[in-house]
Design a protein around this ligand. Sequence first.
Ligand SMILES: NC(=O)c1ccc[n+]([C@@H]2O[C@H](COP(=O)([O-])OP(=O)(O)OC[C@H]3O[C@@H](n4cnc5c(N)ncnc54)[C@H](O)[C@@H]3O)[C@@H](O)[C@H]2O)c1
Length: 442
Amino acid sequence: MTRTRYAVVGAGGRSQMYVDAIAGMYADHAELVAICEPNPVRAALAVSRAVAAGSAAPSTWHPDRLEDMIRDERVDRVVITARDDLHAPLIVRALDAGVDVVVEKPLTIDADMAASIEDAVERTGGDVLLTFNYRYSPRNSALRQVIQDGLIGEVTSIDFQWMLDTKHGADYFRRWHREKHHSGGLLIHKASHHFDLVNWWIHSTPRRVYASGGLRFYGSENAAARGLAPRHDRGTHDGEHDGFDLDLRDHPHLKELYLDAEGHDGYLRDRDVFGEGITIEDNLALVVDYRSGATLSYSLNAHAPWEGYRVAVNGTLGRVELDVIERGAVVESEGLHPVLDPSATDAGSSGSVRPEGERLVLQRHWELPVEVEIVGGEGGHGGGDAILLSDIFVGPGEDPLGRPADWRDGVQSISVGIAGNRSLETGLPVDVADLGIRLLRS
Ligand SMILES: NC(=O)c1ccc[n+]([C@@H]2O[C@H](COP(=O)([O-])OP(=O)(O)OC[C@H]3O[C@@H](n4cnc5c(N)ncnc54)[C@H](O)[C@@H]3O)[C@@H](O)[C@H]2O)c1
């Protein structure tokens, strides 16, 4: 069998899932021939990882030489796992060099860059596959199935709340995510997952967005207003730590990937969440109108004491509700530090009034509620990761749930965040058709 020749572009934390998959599980279908990464430490780690998983050593390339890499290594497809704002220029260059693209969410972070991808796809006829792993989570697939089966009739509205806790949510305020020009803010970086789920669940696309929100917890001004004592610029420091410090020396994996590599590019992984220079929001609320006529009310909080989400979909025949508690609490007590002690992640799972778990409940008009079974599989995210990776590296089979996604789904998902960011600036509702992206006008 001819194997597809892959290059991974951007060899940070997220790339590792793809390196492992290409070099390991999918080695019969795929071959990792190159790593494109400016930081020599992370590039070398990716090579060692690929070799440990059974691959021949891929060559390493600086991103300035992406086109040379594609030509010399006869690359068929690139997997882009670089910072969000770098996706669009890399996608366009890869397409122009004649290869197909697999890209992590978000597709990109603003309207101009989305339009440049649209132009490049049209110019080259290349494929751009988006990896929306949340679609593959069994609970999210189960909700889509209920709606697709018509059990709640026509969807009229959705209530969607997402809580990021002081462990995971805080982490978006330590590195590049904290700067809007790098991540688009949480409306793009994080919520594009959520807006994609809504588009996919209700089989519609957004039309108009009104957003409100701000930075109300993290950042130096909020810390000063709450009278917080002066803090270190970074979590990696000697002396007392609190739950918001991330000391990279306590995490061998993060240390080798970031602390040991920072001398080459100054990329700091552990900046203080109450430091200067944060330009993203930590509390957000949106109202989104869909072309189908449905309305979404959505909120995101990035400093919640527990992590999970609640979604309720109302329809002409009833209502379906999905409640998920991913982490019931982040507990800081003697000997149990939420960031430093991995066992702290399990705090709240037992003996708590908020046990971790998920529940999908369907209630049709004039009937008692019933719990809908969520059928999971083996491996990460309830078996979802395995199906996603197989769709990418073996090829999508017939999927009645329509989970595989391309650049169009990527554009539709970020259109809410791009319009939302514009609405935050202007205080007005924004029509996605006015964003300057042709796909959104049709
Ligand atoms: N689907 C998910 O659940 C999920 C989870 C995590 C991250 N992600 C996405 O994956 C991407 C990578 O995130 P991460 O956490 O691995 O970030 P990261 O910062 O750990 O890694 C990014 C890498 O890109 C490299 N890089 C910098 N400039 C580059 C350039 N010009 N060309 C190529 N590479 C360059 C950096 O040196 C770094 O090694 C982001 O788009 C993020 O949104 C998705």
